[in-house]
Design a protein around this ligand. Structure first.
Ligand code: ATR
Length: 282
């Protein structure tokens, strides 16, 4: 066995907030691997050169975060999933070829499978709030599970329409104001907007209009329990939180880089939760 340390990084601008190093270094330790996961703050101007030199810099792979998730598609060979979503967050080498994929899709699905088992059984009608990159990954994931109708609501309606253009007629763009009237018919509601995030207003939805067996998911993980999830919990609805999605989306990257499929365990979750809730040093 080689003594080489396998290095991986998350590339973003800014990148300090990223919890990926915590997650991957936890798994590296758990599996006693010779590896290291670092943060790399790289400006949009410097990003193309950085990616081209990834291997020379000693990296076997990387995560890519804001604002590089779309441009990285032009600097690598994206897989079908990344192409369908139009954004990638994970890079790895196949021989000398730099490949890219989008792990938000399986992160979202695996988290729902874990937190609300059976959520997709007979699911005809889902509502997705927001129409950015995260929404595209989630809509793609829902369609891949056979959801018949995915209603996409967005403040800027034209962006919701662009999801129908991308994914076809199972996607129905709806206006922000229509959402309230659609809740009674929905089996799943997903927030992909930044509403409910620390410092942002909460989503204004009448969740009591949902069926008792409906499921609510939020991609926001700071706070851990958003006002949307708090209300879902109070109403006895099943829900999936943003932290779970963050943890599950990390699984595939780790498998690609280190050849071991890691697990999302309560210990890992508790460790990241603690970091998210501790006060930030200024
Ligand atoms: P990401 O790639 O993480 O999905 P994004 O592309 O910036 O990020 O998308 C953010 C989403 O949150 C968008 O759907 C955005 O709505 P607009 O397309 O109208 O900008 C939504 N969003 C952000 N702030 C919002 C607010 N105050 N009210 C409603 N929607 C909001």
């Amino acid at each position: 066995m080689s003594n080489d340390i396998r290095a991986v990084c998350v590339i973003g601008w800014p990148v300090e907030h990223s919890r990926s190093p915590l997650i991957h270094n936890f798994w590296i330790g758990q599996h006693a691997l010779k590896g290291e996961y670092r943060r790399e703050a790289v400006t949009p101007e410097a990003f193309p050169a950085f990616v081209k030199e990834l291997a020379q810099r000693g990296y076997s792979g990387a995560n890519v975060t804001i604002p590089h998730k779309e441009v990285v598609m032009t600097l690598s060979e994206p897989d079908d999933r990344a192409q369908a979503v139009g954004a990638a967050n994970t890079l790895w080498f196949e021989g000398d070829t730099l490949r890219a994929t989008n792990t938000d899709v399986e992160g979202f699905l695996a988290n729902l499978d874990q937190m609300a088992p059976g959520w997709d059984r007979g699911l005809d009608d889902a509502i997705v709030l927001g129409a950015g990159g995260a929404s595209r990954a989630i809509v793609y994931g829902l369609l891949s599970r056979g959801v018949k109708t995915v209603r996409v609501a967005n403040r800027t309606f034209s962006r919701a329409e662009s999801l129908r253009e991308r994914f076809g007629s199972k996607v129905k763009p709806v206006t922000w104001n229509e959402v309230g009237g659609l809740l009674a018919g929905a089996g799943l509601v997903v927030n992909t907007t930044s509403l409910g995030m620390k410092g942002q207003p909460a989503l204004d939805l009448r969740l009591e209009d949902l069926r008792k067996n409906a499921v609510v998911a939020d991609i926001v993980y700071s706070p851990l329990i958003t006002p949307l999830l708090r209300e879902s919990k109070d109403l006895g609805l099943r829900y999936a939180d943003g932290l779970g999605m963050l943890l599950h989306q990390a699984v595939r990257g780790f498998s690609l880089w280190f050849g071991v499929k890691p697990e999302v365990t309560p210990e890992l979750r508790a460790m990241v939760e603690e970091d998210l809730t501790k006060p930030k040093p200024e």
